[in-house]
Design a protein around this ligand. Sequence first.
Ligand SMILES: [Zn+2]
Length: 319
Amino acid sequence: MPDSGVVASCEVEVRTDPLTGAVARINRARQGRPRQHEAVPIPEAEKGCPFCPESLEDSTPTFPPDFCQSGRIRVGRAVAFPNMYPLSSMHSVVVFTPEHKLEINAYSPEELADGIMASAAFARAAAERGYPFHFLGWNHLGQAGASILHPHFQVLAGKSPISSLNECLASCRSYRERESRSFWDDLLESEVSSPRYVGKTRGFSWMAPWAPTGACEVIGVIEDDSTSLLGLEKERILGLADGISRILKGYWGMGIRSVTMGVFSLPPGHGEGEFRLHARIMGRSRRIGCDRAFLELYGSEVGLTEFPEEYAAALRRFF
Ligand SMILES: [Zn+2]
């Protein structure tokens, strides 16, 4: 453990439902996660924040030297280190900005790109050690499930894909078999002129899905047939980050303060001709305390109040 006395070691039990295949990840230690509260003023919040630069080195764990020589992965101003309360044997936290800023309209493409590149570096290192699959997720603010409010991504790496990625890949394959075409080619072709189209950044097209899975959801799809974040050059990572930054600014204008994001990416060489790298981002409820109820949790459907064609028009102004 170089330059830190903090050790992350937790037992994570991953159970698969014998009937449905649904996965539950259990880590009792997560009950003890520290919690930051949005009501605390920023200067005071920074003092006790484990992810602010003054305390990050002392309060976060390091990777073993055979995983990362310097202990933490640094790209630009982003820092990746092990999650102290993991949900997988390879679970990284990626603090993408040293600034303790909570407003989503303040995140620049450059700092989001640093975070994505640090996430990809962690996923590459995990892949070299036998954990080829990765999933980059982001919960921002308590409504989205974040316990620490200082902005950070998380990356899970595993020997098999996370359930949603597996389901997405299976759906892509059955679409290909049924239609003899890639779903993503058809999606981009049909949506570019639709009222759900939001805009374009370098290498990515952004649109509201026909049937969103959450409030004001937007999907950013890579325009060529790349399947992996890990092989992406800096220019297109900046394109991805630029799109996220614009969506966040649009959300801010719509009164959204809390977001959840997932980046759907496969190991390089997987899913070619079927799958395509994409990110999904949604706002979390503005009006009620919880936006996941029986319909979402036990019905596997979603109840929404906004039409994609309407919020896409509002977001388009930011592209
Ligand atoms: Zn902080």
